[in-house]
Structure formats: C-alpha cells, structure tokens
Design a protein around this ligand. Structure first.
Ligand SMILES: Cc1cc2nc3c(=O)[nH]c(=O)nc-3n(C[C@H](O)[C@H](O)[C@H](O)COP(=O)(O)OP(=O)(O)OC[C@H]3O[C@@H](n4cnc5c(N)ncnc54)[C@H](O)[C@@H]3O)c2cc1C
Length: 416
C-alpha cells in the first residue's frame, strides 16, 4: 500500500487545477474530480485578465447610487431576474454592508494579498511547459467616454497607491496612440502596465491539468453528491452515489461549492453571479491588450481564438436558463467600441461566477472537519487569485504556515 499522503480535489476549474499542482509539489498524490470536462465552468469563458493590480473592490462607497440605474436599464451591467429577487435579497443586503469605506479597505488589502503575486505564481507553475506562453505581461487599459472617469474614485486611486500598483492616466490622444483599434469616443483612460492577460483561459486550465496528469494526478469525471464522515474527519466522497475513500478533500467547485460546504456543516452565502461573453472569430480589428469599458462594465480581451467581450452581473439562480439577450448587448457594444468589427462568426457563452457578498473568496480549513479545505468564491477575479489560492491550500494541507493571512477569507465571517 502506498504511503504517499493523498488529497482529493473537487472541481477542475482554475482553482482546482492550481491547487492540484501545488499539492503535488508539497508531496501529495492528488485525485481531481469534476462532473464536467476540465475547465468547463466559469474558468472556460472569462476575459482572462490576470491582474496583480486588482485591489479595488467592486463594492465600494458610491456603488449603491449607481446600482438602481443599472438595474432599470435592460442594457445595463447588473440584472436580477424578477422571480429571483427575494432569494437574492439577503445576499444583496449583505453586499450593501460590504460597501462601506472601512470594509472596502479591508477587502482591498485582502485582494492585494491574493492577487499581488499572481504572475509570479503562474510563472512558477508553467515554466518550461506548454502553458507558459498562454500568459503574458500585456498591461491592461481601462477607458471611459467621460473625462477624468477611467481612473475611478479618489478612494480607488488611494487603494492602488497604497498597494504600490503602477497606474498611468491617459487622455484622448494617448488612448488613440496606445489602442488605435478603439473608436475615438473615449476621453479618459487608465493604463495598468504591470497587469497581464491569459490568451485562452480554457486552454490554460486544460494545459495545467495535463501537467498535473503527467505528474501522476488521477482525473475522474463524476458528480460529487455528498460525503462520508467519521468524527471530525471526512472519510469519503460520494461520486455519482459511490463512496471513494479520501485522506483529505479540497472543495474547489466554484459556484456549486456552497452545497458541499453545507453538507460539511458550514453555511456560506455563495451566489451564482452569472456573466456572458461573445467571442468574435476573425473580427478584423484587435486591441493589443485587454481593454475594460468602465462605463458599461465589460472587458474586451484579445484571445487566441478571436476578440472576446465579457461581462454582466446577473442574479438568476445557478440553474436558470440563460438570457441570451445579454449577448446581443455585447455585440452592439463591440460595434460601438471597434469601428469596422466584423460579426460574421460569433460564439456566445454564459458562466457562473462564484460570489460572496464581500467579493472575497473562502480559503482555508473547514471549521468542522480537520482534513477538509475550502477554496472557492473568487467572483470576478478567479483567474488572478487561482494560483495563489492553490499555493495556500497546499501549505495548509502540508501543515505549514500559509504565505498570506487567511483570516479575511474565513468561511464563518458571515456568521454561520
Ligand atoms: C463573464 C466573466 C468574465 C470574467 N473575467 C475574469 C477575468 O478577466 N479575470 C479573472 O480573474 N476572473 C474573471 N472571471 C471570474 C473567473 O472566471 C472565476 O472567478 C473563476 O473561473 C472561478 O474558478 P473556479 O475554479 O473557482 O470555478 P469554476 O471554473 O466554475 O470550476 C468549478 C468546477 O467545479 C465543477 N463542479 C461543480 N459541481 C460539482 C460537483 N458536484 N461534482 C464535481 N464537480 C463539480 C464544475 O464542473 C467546474 O468545472 C470572469 C467570470 C465571468 C463569468
């Protein structure tokens, strides 16, 4: 019988595959279980922004003045399905609490700890492999049609300054020079030169999983439906109803993680915050770096399969049917931002961001079971947080002190 300690990871998205790789480096044999294909959850179709400089929370003072306008606008960035409003209400009210200045600062500092080392962590995981050239230090551009708006509020600027994030404000002409593909409608810009991009998030997750498999990981396709426990330990996972014994388990199942946490005795207010994308094959125009439209709140990303526009925060429930009208909005935005863009070949996608009301993930050991670890809930930033989260999980599982303070990511911070 093998004496190598083992860990079972549930969920083969960016967080699950990064956790697998770091766990292997820490000496564990890893089994990775997913109910679908590798990287086919939220990690499939995001905008691929890899952002060490992401230190400004979505929920900051002032957002609640703008939110009602967004909700009333069918083309706006935020939607709550009427039938889901009452269900989403407790989450939304908890999110309002997170948007005070003090709470926003706490979130900002925790984001810095999670995101600041992302490019280095990816470099360590991908060096010399087929995944290496899927990530690059490209810079990211933020643009607004309003003067002096792209850099965000004074508070946002202070948060970037405190975290040492290099940020360059741009005027109309400087935006034109940097991104000639953009329509001449943007009056203010912000360049974050030390941010990066992934050329294809799905390819990246698959490439990382292939590395893990070469290192000996077992990848199992099956749906985790529950757990067996003995005293304060998880002894098995139920995969499609069949028990598989485990020595330790990591819950990295994205927007479905709350069900598993609840089965393990911890309730977390996780919501599926749905987003949409369109990917335009052969668009005829391509920005050099990811460009975020800060007015309409969506990202335009140059991918190795075309130009991707991704955004929208829709609360409808994890299993609700998609509202494809959201992708028509993205097509109109593509025409507005990129004159001459060709929309002959467009694919569309929807995926669920795993989101907690304060915008931070849950990361660390389960409060009830000593051999269960939680790693989920990165909302808009999972591609950036994934490799650092995986590293922290491996450190804790190996009995080492985590390299970042995990207190802000406690599963019980919302009181359950
Ligand atoms: C439109 C959009 C744009 C985005 N843009 C960016 C961006 O530019 N940069 C960024 O950093 N982040 C971005 N994000 C957020 C990012 O995509 C997510 O935070 C991240 O992908 C979450 O990764 P994950 O591994 O936690 O979850 P997922 O990728 O969803 O993986 C979870 C996995 O768990 C599996 N699973 C679920 N239930 C079970 C079960 N019962 N049994 C077995 N397996 C199960 C699923 O099949 C899935 O493969 C964006 C998101 C969206 C929707």
């Amino acid at each position: 019988m093998s004496t190598t300690p083992s860990v079972t990871v549930v969920g083969a998205g960016i967080v699950g595959v990064c956790s697998t790789l770091w766990l292997q480096r820490a000496g564990f044999a890893v089994t990775l279980i997913d109910s679908g294909g590798v990287g086919e959850g939220a990690s499939f179709g995001n905008a691929g922004n890899i952002s060490p400089g992401a230190v400004v929370p979505y929920l900051i003072p002032g957002i609640w003045r703008e939110a009602p306008g967004w909700l009333l606008n069918p083309e706006g960035p935020l939607a709550v399905r009427p039938g889901y409003f009452l269900k989403a209400l407790p989450w939304l009210m908890s999110a309002v609490k997170s948007a005070g200045e003090e709470a926003a600062w706490r979130t900002s500092r925790a984001m810095h700890a999670l995101h600041g080392g992302t490019l280095d962590a990816y470099a360590e995981l991908t060096r010399g492999t087929e995944a290496e050239n899927l990530i690059e230090l490209s810079g990211q551009l933020y643009v607004s049609e309003k003067p002096d708006a792209a850099q965000g509020s004074a508070l946002s600027q202070r948060m970037r300054a405190e975290a040492g994030v290099k940020a360059v404000t741009l005027d109309f002409m400087e935006i034109r020079e940097l991104e000639p593909a953009l329509a001449p409608i943007f009056k203010s810009g912000l360049l974050l030169p030390n941010n990066g991009r992934c050329k294809n998030p799905h390819h990246l997750v698959k490439a990382l999983a292939a590395i893990a498999e070469r290192n000996g990981a077992t990848i199992v396709r099956g749906k985790v439906t529950g757990f067996t426990t003995e005293d304060a330990r998880v002894s098995g996972v139920l995969v499609d109803g069949n028990a598989r014994p485990v020595q330790a388990v990591v819950i990295a199942a994205g927007a479905a993680s709350n069900t598993m946490c609840e089965q393990l005795g911890t309730r977390v207010p996780l919501e599926a915050e749905r987003g949409y994308h369109i990917t335009i094959e052969n668009p005829g125009v391509m920005p050099r770096m990811p460009v975020t439209n800060t007015d309409a709140k969506f990202a335009c990303a140059p991918m190795n399969v075309g130009l991707r526009l991704a955004g929208t925060a829709e609360f409808a429930g994890i299993d609700a049917a998609p509202n494809w009208a959201r992708t028509e909005v993205l097509k109109r935005q593509a025409q507005r931002m990129f004159p001459g863009v060709r929309l002959d070949s467009v694919t569309r996608w929807t995926g669920n961001r795993p989101s907690l009301p304060d915008g931070l993930p849950v990361l660390g050991r389960s409060p009830r079971y000593g051999n269960a670890y939680f790693a989920f809930g990165n909302s808009h930033f999972g591609m950036s947080a994934g490799p650092v989260m995986g590293k922290v999980i491996a450190e804790i599982a190996a009995g080492r002190a985590p390299s970042i303070d995990v207190t802000p990511f406690s599963a019980t911070r919302f009181g359950s």
